[in-house]
Design a protein around this ligand. Structure first.
Ligand code: PBG
Length: 337
């Protein structure tokens, strides 16, 4: 220590933030948030057929898998301690129609996957979506009549789909189609069908976002989508509206809430957790994944470091977990310590 008096001594007095940062042990002592494998939910893409692993060009490192390969992947995820997977089907284009009628087939691709994974890997949770976009010929999440996505007719169909998914063994129904009144309707439908223990993770605040681009390639809807989803998703400009939308889902009986996309909407994560105290999840969506991968592949950022940093930031923002395409990579990294 020099005995010279510095100007900073008078300005900061005895408050020196760096005292707690001075060594690894102090930093560990004051650490507020930690990421564990329990925080990671893995979204996966399914294709018909057997023994297929089909890389998705816009999502380097992510592949569509046939059900048999998905079962193996789910085993690996369970062995790593990942609590749950969320399945998204890429069905034959020939099977898609105006109303997404495939969603109501007990043996459709998503239900086949549920049945197979539940049988082979009983210790991993299964989260399934009831939105119609993988099943419609126009790529919208609801039923299209003229140029309107009709709300109540879609909800009726979504409830039926939720019951069929629960019959197949889904643990948590996760409706992403943003129709009004869907959470209450699904809850009543599940209960009436004897599925009181099947939970609902609401895509409570789903924003109309450009970050979904690679996902639409993954389930082959990008070429199909007519127009945009602005009449049912929330505008990125609106935080208060998102809160009101989520409040309805809470009232209607959602067990868990989700914010989607993730990183650009951390304010919403924090506000939801603070307002409702329900388990709150963020979906780090395809475009968020891809921008990190792309920059890392170019050597412009340290991909692993940014992956772990973004996941930790969701925890700091109040999230109880993250749906992320990084789940397996991050789980392996956490296992190594
Ligand atoms: C639609 C749905 C979307 C995603 C999952 N389900 C958005 C959309 O296509 O409009 C996006 C997931 C991602 O980007 O990773 N129900």
């Amino acid at each position: 220590m020099s005995d010279k008096t510095h100007l900073v001594d008078h300005m900061t007095g005895h408050r020196r933030m760096r005292r707690n940062r001075k060594a690894d042990w102090t930093r560990r002592m004051v650490r507020e948030n930690i990421l564990t494998v329990d925080d990671l939910i893995w979204p996966v893409f399914i294709v018909p057929g057997t023994n297929i692993i089909e890389p998705i060009p816009a999502m380097p490192g992510v592949s569509r898998m046939s059900v048999d390969r998905l079962v193996e992947a789910a085993k690996e995820a369970a062995d790593l301690g990942v609590p749950a997977i969320a399945t998204f089907p890429n069905i034959d284009l020939a099977l898609r129609d105006e109303t997404g009628s495939q969603v109501l087939k007990a043996d459709n691709l998503i239900n086949q996957a549920t049945i197979a994974v539940k049988k082979a890997v009983p210790n991993i949770g299964l989260i399934t979506d009831v939105a119609l976009d993988p099943f419609t010929s126009h790529g919208h999440d609801g039923i299209l009549r003229g140029d309107i996505i009709v709300n109540d007719e879609t909800v009726d169909q979504v409830v039926e789909a939720a019951i069929i998914q629960a019959d197949a063994g889904s643990d948590i129904i996760s409706p992403s189609e943003m129709m009004d009144g869907r959470i209450g309707a699904i809850r009543r439908g599940l209960d009436a069908a004897g599925h009181q223990d099947v939970g609902i993770m609401s895509y409570a605040t789903k924003f109309s976002s450009g970050f979904y681009g690679p996902y639409r390639e993954a389930i082959s809807t990008s070429g199909l989508l007519k127009g945009d989803k602005n009449s049912y998703y929330i505008s990125p400009a609106n935080g208060m509206e998102a809160m009101r939308d989520a409040a309805l889902d809470v009232e209607e009986g959602a067990d868990m809430l989700m914010v989607k996309p993730g990183l650009p909407y951390l304010d919403i994560c924090w506000r939801l957790k603070d307002a409702f105290g329900l388990p709150t999840f963020a979906y780090q969506v395809s475009g968020e994944y891809t921008q990190i991968k792309a920059a890392a592949m170019n050597g412009w950022i340290d991909g692993d470091r940014v992956m772990m940093e973004t996941l930790l930031c969701f925890k700091r923002a109040g999230c109880d977990g993250i749906l992320t395409y990084f789940a397996i990579e991050a789980a392996k990294k956490l296992a190594k310590g």
